[in-house]
Write a protein that binds this ligand. Structure first.
Ligand SMILES: [Mg+2]
Length: 270
């Protein structure tokens, strides 16, 4: 489940690959778990993004009175240039973010199935659980209702709360941490888009990358190291890797049960 690590002599928070902080047992003692939503809490094979992607194109075609092909070009260009399609639409066309977000998340959630094993892991995992998504609270609630894990999440920080500045830009991480009074060195961030883990790592959080088949979710996409993206190689800001969040959480719980007296289980200090 985790990437092989060599123990390091200096386990400073945020020191990345090789740190003792990478031991899975430490995760079981985290005070706050921060979960991304899409393709993290539910499997990427549910492919909700395809539906959202289609509706973004349709919204643009209608709002800007352009044909389907032109709408797709605009959609992808704004995503590339502004970080999200919405940011481009707001900057260039004064689009109301509430209208856009409600429209694009008006989708069929039935591909998501109840996940009893995930609910069980979240039940047993100590610490507060929150969701940090570039989507909306309404979208997140639809997803966690389908999964059957709505009771586990105390808070949801969404793109409205982020004032429409998406991950991986640093600002929403800082706002989220303040809003929820998270001590980063006692927190874990879980994400399918590797790049979104760079700031949490720099802040002193431990990071878990839920690897998917999507090229854009791999380390290096959108940053300089394109080779790493090609290989899907872990980056220094990725402390743990899994392809199945539920199994990973159960493994974290099992590792904590295995040797509770081990002194290296002591929580990390800032
Ligand atoms: Mg995601």
């Amino acid at each position: 489940m985790t990437t092989p690590k060599t123990p390091a002599s200096d386990p400073a928070p945020g020191s990345g690959a090789g740190s003792d902080l990478n031991h899975p047992r430490l995760l079981a003692q985290a005070q706050t778990w921060i979960f991304d939503l899409d393709n993290t809490l539910y499997p990427a094979r549910c492919n909700l993004f395809d539906q959202v992607d289609q509706r973004m194109g349709r919204f643009i075609a209608e709002a800007l009175s352009v044909d389907h092909d032109e709408a797709r070009v605009i959609q992808k260009r704004y995503f590339r240039d502004y970080g999200t399609t919405l940011s481009g639409l707001m900057a260039r066309h004064d689009v109301d973010p509430h209208d856009f977000l409600a429209y694009v998340h008006d989708i069929d959630y039935s591909p998501i199935e109840p996940d009893l094993r995930l609910a069980d892991a979240l039940d047993r995992l100590p610490g507060r659980k929150v969701i940090f998504t570039n989507g909306t609270v309404a979208h997140a609630q639809s997803v966690i209702d389908r999964l059957g894990v709505e009771r586990h999440f105390a808070e949801i920080f969404d793109i409205h709360a982020a004032d429409y500045t998406p991950k991986p830009k640093p600002a929403p991480y800082r706002t989220m941490v303040e809003r929820f009074a998270v001590a980063p060195e006692t927190a874990v961030m879980v994400e399918d888009i590797a790049q979104n883990l760079e700031t949490p790592h720099a802040m002193g959080m431990r990071t878990v990358w839920v690897r998917t088949e999507h090229a854009w979710s791999k380390p290096g996409v959108g940053v300089a190291d394109a080779d790493a993206a090609d290989e899907g190689a872990p980056a220094p800001y990725i402390h743990h890797v899994t392809e199945d969040l539920t199994t990973f959480l159960h493994e974290v719980l099992a590792s904590d049960d295995a040797d509770p007296s081990d002194p290296t289980d002591a929580p990390a200090r800032p």
